[in-house]
Design a protein around this ligand. Structure first.
Ligand SMILES: [Zn+2]
Length: 244
């Protein structure tokens, strides 16, 4: 059976809709993707700032402890020099014990400083890794932006061409068909930002929602009458390569 003009038009519209949807989707989702990239950069910058602050915090701590160690050590030296000036044995012993206690404290402090220095090393490595991550997400952001800026004009042009072709095809629809189609197309675009109003009838089943259609509907579709899927309401058409 030769396909009728209405069927031909519906097939053409369906194909144009799919092409339009794809391009339009790419164009409209781009700002959202760009915003997500931006958020990732901001979040990674914050992670890096935190990592850098941790390094700084430990460096301050190390410097404070180092100051305490220097002070302590010079006090010990001072007391050691006072040993010779002790007037009594008791005084000498007391001072000696005092020096020993200070030396113990300084030894503990020394260990603590080493621990902090090790911690700084690990935190610096972490900060360096976060800096690399930041460069990476920044590069991804810039790449997406540049790609999109490069592609956008061609995509917009193709979208306009498709719209022009759609208008040409729509003119071919019979008058009684046209209003129903236009309303459905308008509603679909307003709702989802895409044209999703047509469905091929594949072996008696709606190609979009997979609902089997009644015999009467099937035969009407093949003669190019206006039929909608009883389940999803899409306009049905006979796809190419079917002889029924
Ligand atoms: Zn359906």
């Amino acid at each position: 059976m030769e396909s009728n003009p209405v069927t031909e038009t519906l097939r053409a519209l369906y194909s144009l809709h799919n092409r339009f949807n794809e391009i339009h989707h790419t164009l409209t989702k781009a700002p959202r993707i760009l915003a997500l990239h931006h958020q990732r950069v901001d979040a990674q910058q914050k992670t890096l700032d935190d990592a850098t602050a941790q390094v700084q915090e430990q460096k301050v701590l190390a410097a404070t402890k180092q100051g305490q160690l220097n002070d302590g050590e010079s006090k010990i030296k001072k007391r050691e020099s006072q040993l010779m000036e002790c007037k009594s044995n008791d005084e000498y012993k007391a001072l000696q014990q005092d020096i020993k206690a200070s030396q113990m404290a300084m030894s503990v402090l020394s260990d603590e400083i080493l621990e902090v220095l090790e911690k700084i090393e690990a935190l610096e490595a972490n900060a360096a890794k976060e800096k690399e991550n930041l460069e990476k997400v920044k590069a991804e952001f810039e790449k997406f932006k540049a790609d999109m800026e490069e592609k956008r004009p061609a995509l917009e042009e193709r979208r306009s061409e498709i719209i022009a072709k759609l208008k040409e095809e729509e003119k071919k629809l019979p008058a009684e068909f046209k209003d129903l189609y236009n309303r459905a197309a308008h509603n679909s675009f307003a709702r989802d930002g895409q044209f999703d109003v047509l469905a091929p009838l594949n072996n008696g089943v709606c190609g979009q929602c997979n609902t089997a259609q009644v015999k009467n509907t099937i035969s009407q579709v093949y003669v190019g009458e206006f039929c909608v899927c009883q389940s999803c309401g899409r306009i049905l058409f006979a796809p190419e390569g079917r002889l029924e």
